[in-house]
Write a protein that binds this ligand. Structure first.
Ligand SMILES: C[S@@+](CC[C@H](N)C(=O)[O-])C[C@H]1O[C@@H](n2cnc3c(N)ncnc32)[C@H](O)[C@@H]1O
Length: 174
């Protein structure tokens, strides 16, 4: 009996359950999330348009986006992918939210842009190689528990061309 009581009282290991997909990929929640991504009154989930314009402009000045291969991990509704593609970048957007990717694909078509969107979990599924830039935008790296950060960094190591760049946690203070 005491061993059962001990088991009931045992506290879970911190970070022992990784439930991000339940938040982002659930269709009902993802629809609500998409509204927040596109909401110009908040920087929750995606920055506002002006900030995204500024970030992509900064990236372009720093790295020179035209003609580059960019893989945007956790691309969401493609707000960065679309702007990078408009600057002549070949973009592959990876995300596990089908709802966000549907929006991103329609948006790319509406802007006559050729962007490849892949529905995939960047912690598990195959990722493209031969990339000049790998981006993970917003604060997504910091939301991962330590061992998942390690997993992701190990996976990202296999993605770049020589001299390639990994950018994450991009933001602009106003
Ligand atoms: C905070 S949002 C940022 C979206 C986009 N980068 C932006 O700033 O507009 C995080 C995105 O990462 C995606 N995501 C989180 N974990 C993921 C994983 N393991 N594999 C693929 N996508 C993931 C979510 O579905 C969501 O679209």
């Amino acid at each position: 009996m005491y061993s059962d009581l001990n088991e009931f009282n045992r506290k879970p290991e911190p970070y022992s359950r990784h439930t991000t997909d339940m938040l982002w990929a659930d269709p009902w929640i993802a629809q609500k999330m998409l509204k927040v991504h596109l909401d110009e009154s908040t920087d929750l989930t995606s920055r506002r348009s002006q900030t995204i314009d500024d970030i992509v402009g900064w990236l372009d000045r720093k790295i020179g986006l035209s003609g580059k291969n960019v893989c945007d991990l956790g691309c969401g509704p493609g707000l960065y992918a679309r702007r990078m593609a408009a600057r002549g970048t070949r973009v592959i957007g990876v995300d596990f939210s089908a709802v966000s990717l549907d929006y991103a694909s329609s948006d790319a078509a509406a802007h006559n842009l050729d962007i490849e969107y892949r529905e995939a979990d960047y912690l598990i599924d195959d990722l493209p190689d031969a990339q000049d830039v790998i981006s993970l935008i917003w604060c997504d790296f910091c939301t991962l528990p330590p061992e998942k950060r390690h997993t992701l960094l190990e996976r990202i190591k296999g993605m770049p061309n020589p001299g390639g760049t990994f950018v994450h946690r991009l933001g602009v203070s106003r």
